[in-house]
Design a protein around this ligand. Sequence first.
Ligand code: DGJ
Length: 708
Amino acid sequence: MPLITRSPDTGVWLLNTPRTSYALRIDESGAPCHVAWGPRLTPAEADTLVVPAGEPSDSFEGRPAVGEELPVDGGTRYGPPSLQVRYADGSRAFEWEPAGQRVEESARGNSAELVLSFRDRVFPLSVDLHYRVRSDTDVIERWTVLRSEGGHRVDLLRADSAAWTLPPLPDYRLSHVTGQWSAESRLRRERLPHGETVLTSRRGTTSHHANPWTMLDDGTATEDRGRVWSTALAWSGSWRITVQRTPDGRAGLTGGVGHEGTCVPLGPGEEFTTPVSAGLCADGGFGGASRAWHAYVRTHVLRHAEETAPVLYNSWEATGFDVDEAGQLALAERAARLGVELYVVDDGWFGARRSDRAGLGDWTPAPDRFPRGLGPLSDAVRRLGMRFGVWVEPEMVNPDSDLYRAHPDWVLHLPGRARTELRNQLVLNFARRDVADWAYGWLDRLVAEHRVDFLKWDMNRAIGEAGWSGPEGGNDLLWTRYVHHLYGVLDRLRDAHPHLRIETCSGGGGRVDLGILARTDQAWTSDNTDAVDRLGIQRGFGQIYPARVMSAWVTDVPNQLTGLSVPLRFRFHAAAAGLLGIGGDLARWSEAELAEGAALVARYKEVRHLVQHGEQYRIGEPYGEGVSAVQYVAADGAEALVLAFRGSPRHGSPRVPLRLRGLPPGLRYRDTGTGAVHHSTVLTEYGLDPELPSGDWASALLHLERVP
Ligand code: DGJ
């Protein structure tokens, strides 16, 4: 059956994914309206769906606040608009006038796109709604293209990517994350209140405080069971998602770029393409939804997901800003002994950067600490058998820098007003073409001249006093153009240097989203490297984003943030749940610690294909009393990995066995560590009591291989 069909009887468009269907139509008034989103239907079945009424039920009601594909500000609509425009004459309405419908299929027939075109009945503004479905994922991608076709500027006060409508359910629950620096991705599952719930970032970047995804269910879904509707926005600037629960029991959401008070100005003849808002309806509970998102990100968002990510070393927690050639070389030699494959020099290698007070923006190796440049270190790292990476923060400048002294006008600022520094730095105006080109120029040279294999691209403050007095409407334009130019620099770099891999970082996990992941290869999850805190942060991160991008380091104890000391083995096992890295001061590691570390790195290398490419299952609560685990299963079921964790043992508390997931019944698996053979039915239905060392912060790594 084609991925997209239109009923000749009802005019309803039916979009099919492997397991789900999405139906919509253009109603009598010309507005695009939602019909259904749920388990897959045949066209004949879809023809019998009840089409929701779009007209007001009484004189106070207006059109239903939930149920349109892109509710506009205009007519008798009183819900949060997805599209709100202001024309040159100051009027704000949009009236839907259909202007065409088309389906484009990919040459191989594995994806199809529906485009519904409209224009306003009065002003020359066109709106195209795009829907893309694929044959290998239930994720539906939606975006909107707006075009000003007249001779005047049009302000898009709100230009959301899409509005999503849930079926009527007896109750609604919203899952999302909140956080702050070093405490990202705190998972919240809360009953959806009536009214409007706003999730947003006003910081010009994705933020540590919220992340642009949602999951909605009827309040009964569990980790393994139940239907979950979720969305994720592919955008790395300010964003807003408004989730709505109406008095008549409906729920839906609208989301897109920008926060309140900003707008996207469209000059005459200009076009704005919103970022993708991706949606997924999945059975199998929150775990099932997460696995579907992980597969989608690996297959359709990341460029190099099939590669095995290397074990990296990062110098930040070991040396801070105290970086020089001899010290880095000594660390690199020890890192190589541990089995590290990529050595990354963090902050402090350039200009006058001896603290966070100076040097940012002057991207030449510090002559006092790297008198011969970075070349000798890069060569030595390579001779040690590792790849070479460096930290950069291209969007920022310290006022105490040659760059700022030469170009004080390059920063975001409002003339005559304060330029407030955060971490002693200001934000370069990447919306300016010359600034973005300057950044591309030095990054391109840095990568080429020093044979850099890996960039850790950091961004250590939020945008503030955002002003751009250049073009007309610059203060509004900058919010989106900044992000588009950032994406442009990343895309150009990757195209020019196909071997280059990039880690997105913003003081830890402040810029992780589907937009940046389309341009980078992995994400620095959090500056909080406490292994215990990390279990919770990683649990929230993994709701949408796969372990393939979740960078995690083993660092020293007592942890520099929390003061907690947990065994080296626990720290390794926590980091092994993602892309294992090491960030401790290896100069201070004893021979015994180096030997234990080398063995744990070697073990990770034996199983990392499961972490990076397998299917993830979450078992138990990371901060619960008992044992929690994260499990990875190979796509063909031939192998599984279990990483199990326990906090403090409590005498007399019930021992709940770990019931493994995702193993086909009736098979046998051998524990490659002990040689013990287990039956999959016993492992999944009755559970396993993992052998954990006694004492606090115990952990285990179990690798199971199917017995032929
Ligand atoms: C914030 C990052 O998250 C850290 O890992 C480190 O790179 C520092 N910036 C360096 O300034």
